[in-house]
Design a protein around this ligand. Sequence first.
Ligand SMILES: Cc1ncc(COP(=O)(O)O)c(C=O)c1O
Length: 442
Amino acid sequence: MEESNPGTALIVTFRAGCIFGHPGAIWIGFSIFFYTKWMEAVTPPSVIDLEKQYLLQNYARLPVVLQRGKGCYVYDTSGKRYLDLLAGIGVNSLGYAHPRLTKVIREQAGRMIHCSNLYYHEYAGPLAERIARASGLARVFYCNSGTEANETALKMAKGYGHAISSGKYEIVALDNSFHGRTIGALSVTGQESYRRDFEPLMPGVRFVPRNDITALEQVVNERTCAIIMELVQGEGGIHAMTEEYVRKARELADRHNALLIFDEIQCGVGRTGTYFAYQLFDPAILPDIITVAKPIASGLALGLVACNERAAGVLTPGKHGTTFGGGPLVCRAGLEFFNILDELLPRITEVGSYFRMRLTEMQRQFSFIKEIRGVGLMIGVELEFSCKPVVLDCLENGMLINCTHDYTLRALPPYIVTEQEVDRAITILKRVFKKTKPPQAA
Ligand SMILES: Cc1ncc(COP(=O)(O)O)c(C=O)c1O
């Protein structure tokens, strides 16, 4: 790329001045040079332009450059403050700059960030023990993201089925689900918009509508090696599975010797006010495998699979692996997160209920709010029209929230969010909704 170079301009002008012996040319050269330097100093390079020029254009980002955060608030480069109800899509579970998390990350970064899976380190075992205790599942495999965790679970399912018979490879998944962007995870994602351009995907996936017991009974059979579902569909618009449906899935998986996989990537690890969403049922409905990512290391990239011995037995030495997954820095952060989560769980339920109660009050005032859904701090507000303009208005009014499935405003706030912050969110939403004109009235 051609760039203007003030140094070259100076040299050229200076040379010209020397050759022609004109001191004015030297003076102009100096002026150009210092003016250009001054302009560079007062006009920071536009990171937005750089992204537009150099990054893959696969995101439609909102026009704001975020720089730092504290608690539930983030600040952009101009210093404007936003109440963050999205928390990096459910990742920043402890908000920003949490003192305990920051302390262990600083300390561990100075000791060891990564050491490869060829060696033991101090934190993988203790974190796995915490997860096993919290989940009731025996073994853990670490990776780096949600989609990778699902790839691992799918591989377990395929391997499990393969060991029984070559025809046992079908996976039952749900319409409207979201499990990630890699080919395996995309193959079990039940939304046309994500899949359409990448067909044909992995064969043998049978989709059924959520909470439809009859449909589930019709597709699960001896060819099924796994059933996979989110207990609360996140990207699909915050829709929970009924207890009856989940119990039936467990029963069918057992009857046909298939694995039951719960994708707890968005709804898990505290988000619903329990360690995992399946613990909302009484008694809990234990799956064979859970996949976990987003909140578990509060912003660092950690994904994992936790499973029982039956599923774990599939991946014997050499059958699966990762270079980055489960290093000392992320595992130590995950361990500290779990220590903090123990104290936060009851608050997640309380503040989540308060949030939904305040939203339900708002529903009386704004008839275009169709439904308030969710559990704990996983909240959906379905509108009668696309909520994308509302997201932009909220941004302007100092609040980050997102729109999923086009009509549903989604809040996944940090677990540390308080009633006062919820009140502030309600004030902002009211302000925005007062100015919102439903399309037919526009
Ligand atoms: C339920 C669920 N599964 C899987 C994923 C994919 O996770 P990742 O983006 O970390 O690959 C997501 C991401 O939003 C998710 O919500």
